[in-house]
Design a protein around this ligand. Sequence first.
Ligand code: V0V
Ligand code: CO
Length: 166
Amino acid sequence: MLPLLTRIDHVGIACRDLDRAIGLYQATFGLEVVSLEVNEEQGVREAMLAVGDPGGAGAGAGAAAAGAAGAGPAGPGGRPGYVQLLEPLAPDTPVGKFLARRGEGIHHVGYGVADISEALAAIGGTGVRLLDERPRHGSMGASIAFLHPADLGGVLTELVQFVTPA
Ligand code: V0V
Ligand code: CO
């Protein structure tokens, strides 16, 4: 079986105050926000901060092209890794419940996949429960799907098929 996971895409971190969390990552590490979105379906306001290539995907065609050409530390497809900071839109959402139960901290790990539908079919065949049978809309136009943490050693796991810049 081919490796289904092509790269580590992002680490999702639950926070109570997104603006404050962004400030902390900027002040401590100098990371830049490359995307700031509200995702009603997922119940979050979220920021993506690029790690390794602040001018990577999502920050303009020039930077993306440079990554695709092999310049800089961006991964395959010109996409760097990200820290994803997540603030819940309401208490009764995945991140809202997580904060109430566990407090702030690492919420999930997102891995890149080449074809998310194929990956879901293959992973579903192993018996790991799919929280999403079909891909959903994720940050920066990506297709995403979650796998149940109880079947993966307590780690909420996300598959990410990102859009390669033209
Ligand atoms: C809950 N549990 C977790 C967990 N959240 N374990 C590890 N990591 C997490 N993040 C555990 C919890 O401690 C319980 O374990 C058990 O799962 C059931 O918890 P619950 O509170 O009763 O259940 P819910 O209703 O909170 O559901 C948990 C799941 C839910 C994981 C099923 O959060 C979900 O469907 N998540 C997927 C969507 C999501 O997280 N979206 C936000 C990120 P014990 O105590 O029974 O052992 S959006 C995003 O990443 C985007 C947009 C993107 O990347 O583009
Ligand atoms: Co995520």
